[in-house]
Design a protein around this ligand. Structure first.
Ligand SMILES: Nc1nc2c(ncn2[C@@H]2O[C@H](COP(=O)(O)OP(=O)(O)O)[C@@H](O)[C@H]2O)c(=O)[nH]1
Ligand SMILES: [Mg+2]
Length: 276
């Protein structure tokens, strides 16, 4: 360390030593750069300060990218599909989650009571669907709420909770309805489940082992899914060791058939895998 450094520099060095936050460290280092005399004797110290600054800046950038990345993904998907409830204040979004997903979210006449997204799992005939309530919308909502925007763009289906016709116009103005959506009411929960299920266009397939009854819990797959798609859901070895599958279809002419991996399944099919 060269001896002829100004007193401010040593003060800053002390301050730097006790700083913990990155932005403080950066600020102090910049000040050090400003007060340090520039000559041959200080070249090494200057280089060290510059290196510290650059490292801290890189760290900050990395963190910012990471933060942005997680927000981009919305909420981690669980179950067969992710459905987002959208509505005006008091339209009954929390009511739906409480009734259908066994949640206990505050749900009173207080508008904007739900301040951040709430998640629940909805069981439709044994298929688990993830239901997300996002806070009630207001003019400028979509523009202002990054997290909710990401949920809206990442989910599989928008579920518009509407009690009055004019509410749809409000939602339509506020939220770009680029993806598939359904309109539901909290007054008709059975219909709500049916609408969601129909719009998701999934099929339920039951797997079974030879000589055993079918599994109680179905596997949900996109319509058009094949035996191979079911196999992949269960275990990747099923495909490697696959010999054939038996498909049982209750309400068809042919109730049982021996099929290959490319066989296209229908809702309610029972699939029995035969492996080597
Ligand atoms: N009985 C009944 N109450 C409802 C229904 N939908 C909403 N509510 C009530 O209306 C108020 C606002 O509902 P809430 O779920 O908090 O609306 P949110 O703002 O959309 O989450 C609460 O007191 C709910 O209990 C419904 O279908 N039936
Ligand atoms: Mg709510």
């Amino acid at each position: 360390m060269p001896a002829n450094l100004p007193i401010e520099y040593y003060k800053l060095e002390e301050e730097y030593g006790s700083a913990t936050r990155r932005e403080d460290k950066l600020r102090i280092l910049e000040k050090m750069l400003a007060v340090i005399p520039k000559h041959k004797g200080t070249q090494k110290v200057i280089a060290e300060i510059r290196l510290k600054i650059s490292k801290l800046k890189k760290e900050a950038e990395k963190e910012a990218r990471k933060k942005k990345g997680t927000r981009k993904r919305g909420i981690k998907k669980e179950g067969a599909a992710q459905v987002c409830l959208i509505g005006l204040p008091n339209s009954g979004k929390s009511y739906i989650l409480n009734k259908l997903c066994n949640k206990n979210i505050p749900s009173t006449d207080v508008p904007f009571e739900t301040g951040s997204p709430e998640v629940g799992m909805l069981d439709i005939d044994g298929v688990q669907i993830q239901l997300i309530e996002i806070p009630s919308i207001y003019p400028g909502f979509y523009e202002k709420r990054g997290e909710e925007r990401n949920i809206i763009s990442n989910c599989d289906l928008l579920c518009l909770v509407i009690n009055r016709e004019e509410d749809f116009d409000f939602i339509k103005k506020e939220i770009p309805l680029h993806k598939s959506y359904v309109i539901v009411s909290s007054r008709k929960l059975k219909e709500l489940k049916e609408s969601i299920w129909n719009k998701l266009d999934l099929i339920k397939v039951y797997t079974k082992e030879p000589g055993k009854p079918p599994e109680k819990r179905p596997v949900a797959l996109k319509r058009g899914a094949t035996v191979e798609d079911v196999g992949k859901e269960i275990h990747k070895d099923f495909i490697k060791k696959f010999r054939f599958a038996k498909v049982f279809r209750k309400h068809a002419k042919v109730k049982e058939r021996k099929v290959g991996l490319n066989f296209v399944l229908e809702d309610g099919d029972i699939v029995e895998f035969h492996t080597s």
